[in-house]
Unconditional design. Sequence first.
Length: 94
Amino acid sequence: MESENKAIERMTVDRRIKQMTDEEILAEKAKFQNASDDEMFRPLTIAIAFNISASYLQRLRCEGGGPTYQKFRRAVMYKKSSVIKAFAGRELEH
């Protein structure tokens, strides 16, 4: 049951990204790019900034090899500097 709920959450984030307008997507990218290295972001913003899916971020959390993250209650949060370090070879989407 718990894994089903996690799958629904991931699908919800990926679906939310697909439903966003171009302006909303550009705003999320700008928010990430203009933030300090210590600022924390949810998977939605990371997925948009690096043009990856939320389910891919989930897989990296489970299998390793991705950015370090913190959990605040149930919310997964990534520090900008950790994400940049993990995806150093990957271009930010502009």
